[in-house]
Design a protein around this ligand. Structure first.
Ligand code: COA
Ligand code: AMP
Length: 625
């Protein structure tokens, strides 16, 4: 049996043995005596009696083992022209002091802290400081507008919010503080304090009594030590887009997460202590949580935090400069970043300007890796280009080519095989397993491995209803695809109303809610349509209220501005059409799937359930345009 087949089979037939052994790579205050708690299906918990601290495993442990002088975090910021390296000892010191400040502000184990920061080292410091004292962080991506931040503040009910005076997008300074103040004004929940990082580009106005300035407050704080926590205690909440406008608070626990991520660094990413790992993502997304912050530090690597873009900061050679300058062994990003680089540097001239001999792997995830982008990246770099598939909910890959365990031949278009722990099945409409080669829904048989979401924040019921009830005994991934005769998976896209824009996950339902709030709009639909650069972009269709005297061009501009204001620039919402009617079933459901298919260039049949085929006929040319 191959190493992969052996590990996979054991992870499914003997998960307790498999993950019990993997748990030995983590330092515990109290080693778990039980591995998987099966007492409350369909909710499972890993390492129920283990006692652990994630920050201890990410920092203190390495310092205690004599690695304090090794670089832990490299901050590289072309947008501010700075680069700074923190050793493990330095990062530990910063984190302990910030943890001390949080304590002084009244934050204890189980309290929530919302972090709304750009890509600065303070984001990593704040996350680890929360982990240190058992506070539950919830990082909100900087590209989200005040309204989205407010939704998350209300759900997480944080005692403290950590933010900055501004973010920097290429050459634009974006003040964050007015956005934060607006969000707090919109939310029902009020934080007790905000800690604000004043960046040199903009000085934020502080609210007396509530706001605390980062630098002086941390300088005055006493360092705090790690707090022993139950392995099942929450480490963080990360909100992600579901099919409705209300984001889902994905919960991550401490023990299972540390075990799974540590295992993944060696077995999937083949990167170990002292080696440099760079996930060119954002701390606001799951990739940033897992592979900028936690996994590389748990494994004793050096992680790179990059405040810049693949292009424009200053050019399409930006990634190669960072790789060469910091000796990156493995680069992880989204295919869209490569499409952007390729568009500006099709011949790869920038690539040849740098010494990339240390770069061994390119890992890509976040959206489907189209074979064209795969071939370009593989040809230009001459190293393994590894597509792998995962989601915010799982926190680490579901399918991958496991470079550390057993490298396998790459098949372009496939993220290769299920990772040990994930019993992946392709199901047909009846819930039976689909034969090889046949498209279906991709599901994972329960229990999910450690590291995956144990529930949604404060809402077990929504967790079960959203993910576990469609096919009892299975976790619904929301993705569709098939498996080939060699067991390779092909993930072809979402089967629900979630879309992926430049690797950013968005809900069409949330955009629809914003469009519907416009006084002239009677009803609307938003679908994802293919885009050469971003993979997919949202496109809106609105039907006007009878008698709405609005100029279509003005209305379109208003709707675009409304989405930008309510959801954020990151939605990339630029295209909305005014149409006479939307195609619906006889029971009134909008035929979004059919619309999506036509927009993607497929010859969609007219569904037998359609109420008025004329509505679809009228829409066809608009969808195809
Ligand atoms: N804070 C504030 N605004 C942000 C932001 C942030 N953190 N991130 C993005 N935005 C804004 C951008 O400035 C842009 O605004 P604009 O419409 O005023 O120009 C808008 O949101 C859309 O941003 P983006 O999707 O990044 O598109 P882009 O056209 O600026 O850049 C790429 C295109 C391909 C270069 C860019 O999407 C990219 O680097 N993608 C990598 C994907 C990635 O890292 N995904 C994470 C998962 S692994
Ligand atoms: P997110 O939760 O933002 O990480 O988005 C997860 C979604 O991105 C998945 O459900 C997929 O639809 C898509 N996705 C992520 N990685 C891949 C991949 N390698 N291939 C295809 N789709 C992917």
């Amino acid at each position: 049996m191959s190493r992969y087949a052996d590990a996979f089979a054991r992870s499914i037939t003997d998960p307790d043995g498999f993950w019990g052994e993997a748990a030995a790579a983590i330092d515990w205050y109290q080693r778990p005596t039980a591995v998987l708690d099966r007492s409350n299906p369909p909710i499972y918990r890993w390492f129920p009696d283990g006692v652990v601290n994630t920050c201890f495993n990410a920092l203190d442990r390495h310092v205690a083992a004599g690695r304090g002088g090794q670089p832990a975090l490299v901050y590289d910021s072309p947008v501010t022209g700075t680069s700074r390296t923190f050793t493990y000892a330095e990062l530990l010191d910063e984190v302990a002091h910030f943890a001390g400040l949080l304590r002084e502000l009244g934050v204890g184990a189980g309290d929530r802290v919302v972090i709304y920061l750009p890509m600065v080292p303070e984001a990593v410091i704040a996350m680890l400081a929360c982990a240190r004292i058992g506070a539950v962080h919830s990082v909100v991506f900087g590209g989200f507008a005040a309204n989205e931040l407010a939704l998350r503040i209300d759900d997480a009910a944080p005692k403290v919010i950590v933010s900055a005076s501004c973010g920097i997008e290429v050459n634009r300074v974006l003040p964050y503080k007015p956005m934060l103040d607006r969000a707090i004004g919109l939310a029902n929940h009020r934080p007790q304090h905000c800690v604000i990082l004043q960046r040199p580009q903009v000085a934020a106005d502080l609210v007396a009594g509530r706001d605390v300035e980062w630098a002086p407050a941390v300088a005055a704080a006493k360092p705090a030590d790690c707090v022993p926590l139950a392995a099942t205690d929450p480490l963080y909440i990360l909100y992600t887009s579901g099919t409705t406008a209300r984001p889902k608070g994905v919960v991550r626990d401490n023990g299972g997460h540390a075990v799974a991520l540590r295992w993944s660094m060696a077995n999937i990413y083949d990167t170990g202590p002292g080696e440099v790992f760079w996930a060119a993502s954002d701390v606001g997304w799951v990739v940033g949580h897992s592979y900028i912050v936690y996994a590389p530090l748990l494994a004793g690597c050096t992680t790179v935090l990059y405040e810049g873009k693949p292009v424009g900061t200053p050019d399409a050679g930006a990634f190669w400069r960072v790789v060469a300058e910091h000796g990156v062994k493995a680069l992880f990003t989204a295919p869209t970043a490569f499409r952007a680089i390729r568009r500006e540097d099709p011949a790869g001239e920038h690539i040849r300007r740098y010494d990339l001999s240390g770069l061994r792997y390119l890992f890509l995830a976040g959206e489907r890796l189209d074979p064209e982008t795969y071939h370009w990246a593989a040809d230009q770099l001459g190293i393994p280009v590894i597509d792998h598939w995962w989601q915010t909910e799982t926190g680490w890959p579901i399918a991958a080519n496991l470079r550390g365990l057993e490298p396998m031949p790459v098949k372009p278009g496939s993220p290769t095989v299920p990772v040990p722990g994930y019993d992946v099945r392709v199901l047909d409409a009846a819930g039976d397993e689909a034969p090889d080669g046949q498209d279906g829904e991709i599901a994972v048989r329960l229990p999910l491995p450690p590291g995956c979401l144990p529930t949604l924040w404060g809402d077990d019921e929504r967790y079960v209803e959203s993910y576990l009830s469609r096919h009892p005994g299975f976790y619904t991934t929301g993705d569709g695809g098939y498996r080939d005769a060699d067991g390779y998976l092909y993930v072809m896209g979402r089967i629900d109303d979630v879309i992926n824009v430049a690797g950013h996950r968005l809900s069409t339902g949330a955009i629809e809610q914003v469009l519907a709030s416009h006084p002239a709009v009677a009803e609307c639909a938003v679908i994802g349509v293919p885009d050469d650069l971003k993979g997919e972009v949202p496109r809106g269709f609105v039907v006007l209220k009878a008698g709405a005297a609005t100029d279509p061009q003005t209305l379109r501009a208003e709707l675009v501005a409304l989405v930008r204001d309510q959801i954020g620039a990151v939605a990339s919402f630029r295209d909305v059409a005014v149409v006479p009617a939307l195609p619906k079933t006889r029971s009134g459901k909008i035929l979004r799937k059919t619309m999506r298919g036509i927009a993607a260039g497929r010859e969609e049949p007219v569904p037998s359930t359609i109420d008025d085929p004329g509505t679809l006929d009228a829409l066809r040319p608009i969808l195809k345009s």
